[in-house]
Design a binder for this molecule. Sequence first.
Ligand code: FO1
Length: 322
Amino acid sequence: MITVIAGGVGAARMLRALLQVIDSSEVTAIVNVGDDLELHGLRISPDLDTVTYTLADAINPETGWGLVNESWQARSMLEQYGGVSWFGLGDRDLGTHLYRTHRISEGADLTTVTAEIVSAWGLGLNVLPATCDRLRTMVTLASDDPSNDHFKSLTAGSEISFQEYFVQRHHSVPVSAVRFDGAESCQPGPGVIDAINDADLIVIAPSNPIVSIAPVLAVPGIRDALINRRNVVTAVSPIIAGAALKGPADRMMSELGHDASVLGVAALYKDFVSTLIIDSKDSRQKKAIQDLGLRCVVTETVMSKPGVSESLALTVLAGANL
Ligand code: FO1
């Protein structure tokens, strides 16, 4: 069995690549829930939905999130009323949040509801929230953020939720700290620790180390479980030649004092990862990564290029002689 520690877009692409070369019944994804939010009284789980929609080939290709063939009638009504519309919920996507919220109000946990949604999309893999308990990524601003017609100005030192940072303020403000509210009192979701202990191979997907992978590791028990299985843990670097393919991972690493490079990723991951896969653009860093005590595999990792996804998936699997 392969267990993938996953955030949003980059992880969804990695999972899609793996499912090209192994049966979905062999794959379990442990997905970040630190991006989750409650809005309009609805429970919204962006990374769970991005993984599900992508693997169901139903992701909105323009945005990388939400559903394809989407309409925005509900959102336009919110705009007409001056309601909250900065977080775009399409009419089809709303169905997912309505279903999830209703099932949770009936007493189902997030793992159960996620399994129902994943199977309704006809997917065979196991998608597990890192925790069913409340866990929210919070970021502290490193500088003042002037207001605009959507939101009030904030001074340096203010703490906001991940989505207020990422979407409302377009992650365009530097951060000085990241915190995972609720981490100390949450439990790993059902099946999560078993999926780590029983895996033949564990893959840290090319997601943002700071706000997609770290919140999963912050759930008590998960980091230790990965450390115990370090010899079968392989990570794919989300940073290529000092930059992230999408989103603020490189900037957040620098803003928080890490080196925004494959070496910085290796330093963040070395306690629980034994093999780091880096892009050929970073081949010069292989020796330095090995000196940190990790195996280092150099290959093409930009999955948007044709054929790279499958070859990368095979390279990842080779690490476990699968
Ligand atoms: N990202 C945006 O940049 N703008 C949005 O309006 C937006 C809405 C949205 C709705 C549902 C959903 O599942 C994801 C959504 N995202 C949006 C992406 C979201 O911010 C994710 O957390 C990021 O992709 C980071 O993983």
